[in-house]
Design a protein around this ligand. Structure first.
Ligand code: NZQ
Ligand code: ZN
Length: 387
């Protein structure tokens, strides 16, 4: 393990069927004014809203509702939320939802008391907050992004067709996150499997780099094996608690920075996927599934030993044949799994058209931590193969 690193993750995770019972003990540590941020209404339909409101009532909170956080939250919505938070001088932002709501809450928390334009400061210039940050707590209802235990805040600017992920420091992580696997039972199949692929992608982005023997890679392999096994069960029976709880914990660990320790990282699939998202507003995980196979087949020759290891350790394929043959068998096994759980395999299905490819490639920053540093034309070629 050759890299230096500092690991610090201050999020208090409260996990399990009874997790919500411990929310009150967290809430009483903050002042009385709570901004409740949530999405398009799923929490009202599945009853989570009523449960949370009751706990807010019992703990004596004054609630400022902030509904309507859309998937792929926009900078316009973020500015609106920052205004609500500031005008009401809230003591806590309680984000109830998936990655979109939690990412948004972190952006609002950093922007409410900031005089500068948040898009320019945080997302374009990637600066850190220089004024008061409102604490955020989260109640997770959909797994995949890991936002419940990291500083990621991905915001879309539809006018500029840019989707940018700011990674805030630990002071902006949720102070606490409540994770009840049962809350994910009502996630629609399409969103559920998109989240599953997002987890896989986070692990692969951190796994496919480096030449040294690194404990972080062994952890990633274990998480990938758990995800593959449990996703198959959850697709057949979405109410299998054991499968949903394993996936929820895997998802959190896949992007709480643990598996990147001591490593360079790739993230090229995410850069291409986010640019597709900026042009199409497609579901995040599906933008990743659409480009992953063409991308990994393209870079495989540059990191062949790792692809052989991925094939044998993660997918359990036999090691007979040349290295290139074994590596390809691993990607074939992944392709079969992707088909089995039902993720999108072609960008055209997301509304991408040939005339967009050049602009999508231009909107994807080039990453240097993986096995191959791509140029613009190579990104266009990968996109073309993904169609
Ligand atoms: O809005 P509502 O009505 O709540 O419906 C949501 C939404 O339509 C629905 N949903 C969530 N929980 C549900 C549910 N429906 C029924 N029952 C439930 N229990 O699912 C839909 C998608 O939700 P969303 O939050 O958008 O999904 P996800 O968690 O995948 O978040 C995606 C966003 O996170 C960013 C993505 O780019 C995207 O903007 N990411 C954040 C990362 C981070 N913080 O580190 C990293 C990721 O790579 C990713 O980029
Ligand atoms: Zn992702």
């Amino acid at each position: 393990m050759l890299g230096n690193f500092t690991f610090y993750n201050p999020v208090k995770l409260i996990f399990g069927k009874d997790a919500l019972k411990l929310l009150a003990a967290e809430l009483i540590q903050y002042g009385p004014r709570v901004m409740l941020s949530y999405g398009g209404g799923s929490i009202k339909r599945n009853g989570i809203y009523d449960q949370v409101m009751e706990i807010l009532r019992i703990t004596g909170k004054e609630v400022f509702e902030d509904p309507g956080v859309m998937p792929n939250p926009t900078i316009g919505k973020l500015k609106e939320g920052a205004r609500i938070a500031r005008e009401n001088n809230v003591d806590l932002i309680l984000a109830v939802g998936g990655g979109s709501v939690i990412d948004y809450a972190k952006g609002v928390a950093a922007s409410a008391w900031c005089e500068e334009d948040p898009w320019e400061k945080f997302y374009m210039r990637e600066e850190n907050p220089s004024c008061r940050i409102i604490p955020v707590g989260s109640i997770l209802t959909m797994v995949g992004t890991g936002s419940e235990m990291n500083g990621g805040s991905v915001i879309t600017n539809p006018d500029l067709k840019l989707k940018i992920g700011k990674v805030f420091g630990p002071e902006n992580f949720p102070k606490f996150s409540v994770l009840n696997p049962e809350f994910t039972y009502t996630v629609p199949h399409y969103q559920m499997v998109a989240g599953f692929f997002d987890i896989m992608s986070h692990l692969m982005e951190q796994y496919f780099s480096g030449e040294d023997d690194n404990t972080s890679d062994y952890i990633a392999e274990a998480l990938m094996r758990s995800l593959i096994r449990n996703s198959r069960i959850a697709v057949r029976n979405p109410r299998d608690y054991e499968a949903r709880s394993n996936i929820m914990w895997t998802s959190t660990m896949a992007l709480n920075t643990m598996t990147k320790m001591g490593k360079a990282q790739d993230w090229m699939v995410h850069m291409i996927g986010q640019s597709i998202g900026a042009f199409t507003d497609a579901t995040h995980g599906m933008t990743l599934s659409a480009v992953s196979l063409p991308y990994y087949r393209y870079i495989m020759p540059y990191g062949l030993p790792k692809f052989v290891r991925f094939a044998t350790e993660v997918w359990g394929v036999d090691g007979h044949g040349t290295d290139a043959e074994v590596a390809e068998k691993g990607l074939q096994a992944m392709e079969a799994w992707m088909k089995e759980i039902g993720v999108v395999l072609h960008a055209a299905e997301l509304g991408v058209t040939e005339d967009m490819l050049d602009d999508i490639a231009a909107g994807a920053p080039i990453c240097t931590g993986g096995y191959k540093v791509l140029n613009h034309d190579e990104i266009v070629e990968i996109l073309r193969r993904s169609m």
